[in-house]
Design a protein around this ligand. Structure first.
Ligand code: GCW
Length: 678
C-alpha cells in the first residue's frame, strides 16, 4: 500500500520549523479511556510524533502536564468561569482549544468533542499555524453530518468511481476491517458523525443485515466507528416483514407488521446499543413502500419511528420519490414537482424521530439545478439536505469537479420561507423552524482504490464536505487551501496552482456539458459522456425538449408545469419570469428560441457554442497547470491526476463536438466565430 496516496489529508508530514511547537514536545496527558478518548490519544501521539519528527511522551492523568486533553467533566477545574460558560452554552460536540506558554488544553463537551478538538490541534500544526496563544471555541453548525455509502454486499458500489467497497467483498462483510478503521479516522478528522453503511437500494441478501446472520459483524463495524465518534445506521428494505419475516404484508398500519419491526428494533439494539437508525428509500425507483397498501409516507415512516423510538433511534426517510415510469408524451407530468407534491401536504404528520432527507435539487444531482423548494417548506417536519460527494453527474471522478462551491451556493440560497434570511444553511442548521433533528447528509465518494477516491483530487470533495457541514461559513477557497497543504505540502506554487484548478473546475465542467441548467444529455445508465437525446424519449422524466426553434423546459405557471409556484416569493416570480430568471437556470424554467438574448449579452445558441469551445480549452489549461507541478508531487499521485485529466480532455472534446453539432443541426445558426462544428 502506498501510504502517501492512501493517507489523503492525514499525511502528518514532518514540518520544517518545529521550534514554534516546543510546547508540544512535552508530555501529553489524556484524561479518560473510553474508545473515543483512546482514539484521540493514539491520533495525537501518532500525528505529533510524525509532524515534529520525534517521540512524544503520553503520560497518565496529570492536570499539571503541559498538554492536557479531556472532557469538561474531567478537566473543568482547569478552566476559568468564562471558558466554562462558553463551553456549557455550546452543544455536545463543542470544544475549546486554549493555550498559553505554560499549558495547552483541549477540552470538549463530550468524548466525540475531544476527538474533534484533537484533530483541530493536529490540523493547526500541519498547516503550520501559530498555536502559542489560542482561545478557540468551536461547535458544529449542523447536528447531522452524515455520509451514505451506496455499497452492496457483492462488493460493488452503486455510482462508485473509486473501485469496490471497503465494507463488503464477494457477498461477505470484509474480514480485515483495518480499512474501515482508517475511513473512520478520516471521517472524524473532518467532523462527520454518522454513516449508513449499505446502499439505499437494499437488495435481497442485504435485507438480512438486520438479522442475526449479519448483526454480529455489523456490531464490529459499529464499534470501529463508535471509537471515532461516528454513529452507524443501516438502510432497510421496507418490505422486510415479507422478505425475511414470513409475513404476508408490509402494510405499515398492520398490527403484525408493527410488532415485527418493534421486535426487530429491539434485536438490533441488543447488538448495537447506540445504533443510529434506518435510512429508507421507499416507493422510489421500484423500491417497496407504503404506496402498495394505499398508505402514505407519514404512515410508512411513523411505523418505523415507533419501533425505534424506545431506543432513541431515528428514521431518515428519503424524499427522492417520483414517477420513474413516465410517458415522454405526457407533458403534464413534471418530475421536478414530485418531492414537493408528495411530501409537503404531509407536514405535521411525522413523528419527531423521523427526518426527511431531501436532495439538494428537485431532479438529481445535476451540475446545475435550482434548490429543491421542499427544503424549509415543512415547518413541522425535521429535514436534512442530501448532497452527492460521489460525482455521478459531475465527471465520475475522472473529470475534475470540486463541489464545495456548488454546495455553498445551495446553502446560501434564500428561500424567503420565513422572510428574508431563511437560507438553506439556516434551515438545515435548525435555526428557521424548530426542528428537533436537522443537518446534512451526502452520498460518499470512496472505494477500495488505494487513493480512496479514484481521482486523487476528488479527496478534496470528501474533506470539504466534512469541513463545510461543520462550518458552512468557511469559503471554498479556505477549504481548498487547508486540504492542499495537508495533502501535498505547504509550498506556495502547489497551493496556488491546485487551488486555482479546484476553484474553476465546476464552471469548466458545466461549460462543456449540459447548458444553462437544462441538465442530463448524458449516456443513459452510466451517466458519463454525452448523449443528448439519450433520455429524451425515455420514461425517466428528464427531458430538454430541443427542437428546431429552441430548447428548455417550460415550468412556468402560465404555460408550463407550474413548478415555479412551489417557491416562495420573490423566488417564484423571479424564476417564473423570463426577464428575471438567472441565465444559468434559464433552460430549467423556460423554453426559449435559440436567438433569445441572455443577460450576458449573448444569444442562447452563441452561448452554447462559446461555453463548449471554452470548456474544452479550459481542460487544456488544467492539464498545463498540473504538468507544471511535476517536480513538486510524488510520481504516483502526479500520474494519477495526469491520467485523469487526459481522460477528461477526451470527454470534454466529445461533449463539445456533440453539443455544438447537435445544436447547429437543429438551429442551422452559424457560430459567430466560425469555429469548427462538425
Ligand atoms: O440518481 C439516482 C442514481 C441511482 C440512485 C438514486 C437514488 C441509489 O442514478 O443509482 O440509487 O439516484 O438516489 O436513490
Amino acid at each position: 500500500m502506498n501510504r502517501t496516496k492512501y493517507n489523503m489529508w492525514l499525511q502528518y508530514r514532518p514540518i520544517s520549523n518545529i521550534k514554534q511547537y516546543e510546547l508540544l514536545m512535552n508530555e501529553i496527558s489524556v484524561f479518560g479511556d473510553t474508545p473515543a478518548i483512546k482514539s484521540a490519544k493514539v491520533e495525537v501521539d501518532f500525528a505529533l510524533s510524525k509532524m515534529l519528527n520525534q517521540a512524544i511522551k503520553v503520560k497518565g492523568e496529570d492536570p499539571t502536564a503541559k498538554i492536557v486533553i479531556g472532557t469538561i467533566e474531567k478537566l473543568g477545574n482547569l478552566l476559568n468561569e468564562t471558558q466554562i460558560q462558553k463551553l456549557k452554552s455550546s452543544n455536545d460536540e463543542g470544544y475549546l482549544l486554549s493555550s498559553s506558554n505554560h499549558q495547552l488544553k483541549v477540552i470538549g463537551n463530550s468524548d466525540r468533542a475531544v476527538l474533534y478538538g484533537v484533530h483541530h490541534l493536529i490540523r493547526l500544526v500541519q498547516l503550520e499555524k501559530d498555536i502559542s496563544d489560542l482561545e478557540i471555541f468551536q461547535q458544529p453548525k449542523n447536528q447531522f453530518r452524515m455520509l451514505n455509502q451506496w455499497d452492496n454486499l457483492d462488493g460493488s458500489v452503486e455510482r462508485g468511481y473509486s473501485g469496490n467497497s471497503i465494507f463488503y467483498k464477494n457477498g461477505q462483510i470484509v474480514q480485515d476491517k483495518s480499512r474501515i478503521k482508517d475511513y473512520a479516522r478520516y471521517l472524524s478528522s473532518v467532523g462527520i458523525n454518522a454513516i449508513s453503511i449499505n446502499n439505499v437500494n437494499v437488495w435481497k441478501e442485504e435485507t438480512y443485515f438486520i438479522t442475526k446472520k449479519y448483526l454480529p459483524e455489523i456490531k464490529q463495524i459499529a464499534e470501529i466507528f463508535r471509537a471515532y465518534g461516528v454513529t452507524l445506521y443501516l438502510s432497510i428494505n421496507f418490505a422486510s416483514p415479507m422478505a425475511i419475516g414470513g409475513l404476508s404484508t408490509a402494510d405499515p398500519l398492520d398490527q403484525s407488521v408493527k410488532e415485527w419491526w418493534r421486535d426487530k428494533a429491539a434485536e438490533i439494539y441488543e447488538y448495537i446499543p447506540d445504533f443510529g437508525g434506518f435510512v429508507v428509500k421507499a416507493d422510489s425507483e421500484h423500491r417497496p413502500g407504503p404506496f402498495t397498501y394505499d398508505r402514505d409516507h407519514a404512515d410508512g415512516s411513523n411505523m418505523l419511528a415507533e419501533a425505534l423510538e424506545p431506543f432513541n433511534g431515528k428514521v431518515v426517510w428519503r424524499c427522492f420519490v417520483y414517477n420513474c415510469l413516465q410517458d415522454w408524451r405526457d407533458r403534464s407530468t413534471d418530475r421536478a414537482r414530485a418531492a414537493f407534491d408528495h411530501f409537503k401536504p404531509l407536514d405535521g404528520r411525522f413523528h419527531e424521530n423521523v427526518i426527511l432527507q431531501i436532495k439538494n435539487g428537485p431532479m438529481d444531482f445535476q451540475v446545475r439545478e435550482p434548490v429543491s423548494p421542499l427544503i424549509g417548506a415543512m415547518p413541522n417536519t425535521n429535514q436534512i439536505i442530501e448532497f452527492q460527494v460521489a460525482q455521478e453527474y459531475t465527471g465520475q471522478q475522472i473529470d475534475l469537479c470540486y463541489l464545495i462551491p456548488q454546495w455553498k451556493q445551495v446553502l446560501q440560497f434564500d428561500t424567503h420561507i420565513k422572510g428574508e434570511g431563511s437560507s438553506i444553511e439556516e434551515i438545515v442548521a435548525g435555526n428557521i423552524h424548530p426542528y428537533k433533528y436537522s443537518g446534512i447528509s451526502a452520498v460518499s465518494n470512496i472505494g477500495d482504490d488505494e487513493n480512496w477516491t479514484g481521482n486523487t483530487l476528488a479527496q478534496a470533495n470528501l474533506y470539504g464536505y466534512g469541513r463545510l457541514t461543520w462550518d458552512p461559513s468557511l469559503s471554498a477557497k479556505e477549504i481548498a487551501q487547508e486540504w492542499i497543504i495537508q495533502t501535498f505540502g505547504n509550498t506556495e506554487t502547489i497551493i496556488g496552482t491546485i487551488e486555482d484548478m479546484l476553484l474553476n473546475s465546476w464552471e469548466i465542467y458545466e461549460n462543456y456539458t449540459a447548458p444553462l441548467g437544462v441538465g442530463w444529455m448524458v449516456t443513459p445508465g452510466v451517466h458519463y459522456g454525452p448523449n443528448i437525446d439519450g433520455y429524451e424519449y425515455s420514461r425517466w422524466g428528464t427531458y430538454h425538449f430541443a427542437d428546431r426553434d429552441g430548447i428548455g423546459v417550460d415550468r412556468t405557471k402560465e404555460t408550463g408545469t407550474g413548478y415555479t409556484e412551489q417557491y416562495e416569493e420573490p423566488n417564484q416570480s423571479k424564476y417564473n419570469s423570463l426577464e428575471h430568471c438567472p441565465d444559468e437556470l434559464l433552460l430549467f424554467f423556460h423554453y426559449v428560441p435559440y436567438k433569445y438574448m441572455l443577460k450576458n449579452g449573448k444569444s442562447v445558441i452563441q452561448h452554447i457554442y462559446d461555453t463548449h469551445f471554452k470548456g474544452f480549452n479550459q481542460v487544456d489549461g488544467l492539464i498545463e497547470r498540473w504538468d507544471s507541478l511535476k517536480q513538486y508531487i510524488d510520481e504516483d499521485r502526479f500520474e494519477n491526476v495526469q491520467d485523469r485529466l487526459q481522460r477528461q480532455k477526451a470527454n470534454a472534446r466529445e461533449w463539445r463536438d456533440q453539443i455544438n453539432t447537435y445544436f447547429y443541426r437543429k438551429s442551422r445558426i452559424n457560430d459567430q466565430h466560425n469555429r469548427t462544428i462538425y
